[in-house]
Write a protein that binds this ligand. Structure first.
Ligand code: ZN
Ligand code: ZN
Length: 168
């Protein structure tokens, strides 16, 4: 994701609009992301602040993650602010990335930003029933009939009643 910014060199205070749209962003670079459902879009401005080039932009996309319980795809919008400083070599400053030539590469910044936005866990819906521990069936789509009941002695009598009713 490159910004060609030669027009800003030597022009202190000059700004240029930035609009980058990357189709088919590679999901395999990210943990837990199944696929990118929308292009990665970066929109903002790049400003020459005394030959330090400051990007202020908004990054947005939409991804599919796996439900933490049943592994079904879950859509998730991603939107965050990107604020980055870039300069040619010679700047001793942890917050400033160096670049050479007349193109600034946002690949690393965007990737880091997206990873920070990824939720720890997602659910397809709040009361997702998950997968059957015995056969792997998605319990949201119906009961597979496996007996996975952990018998609690306090309810044993009650369960007995239900079993009898079902058999009638
Ligand atoms: Zn689920
Ligand atoms: Zn099952």
């Amino acid at each position: 994701m490159l910004i060609a910014m030669a027009q800003l060199f030597g022009k202190k205070g000059a700004k240029m609009p930035v609009l980058l749209v990357e189709q088919n962003h590679e999901a395999s670079d990210y943990p837990d992301v199944v696929e990118f459902l929308q292009p990665v879009k970066i929109e903002g401005t790049l400003t020459n602040e005394d030959e330090i080039f400051v990007l202020e932009a908004k990054c947005a996309t939409e991804i599919a993650l796996e439900c933490s319980r049943c592994l079904a795809p879950v859509k998730q919008k991603i939107c965050f602010e990107l604020k980055e400083r870039f300069a040619h070599t010679g700047i001793e400053d942890e917050e400033t990335q160096t670049f050479s030539g007349d193109q600034i590469d946002l690949t690393v910044s965007v990737r880091r930003g997206i990873i920070e936005e990824l939720p720890m866990r997602v659910l397809c819906h709040e009361d997702c029933k998950g997968l059957c521990p015995a056969c792997g069936n998605n319990l949201n789509t119906g009961d597979c009939g496996c007996d996975t009941t952990e018998r609690d002695p306090r309810f044993a009598g009650l369960l007995g009643l239900f079993d009898e009713n079902e058999e009638v």
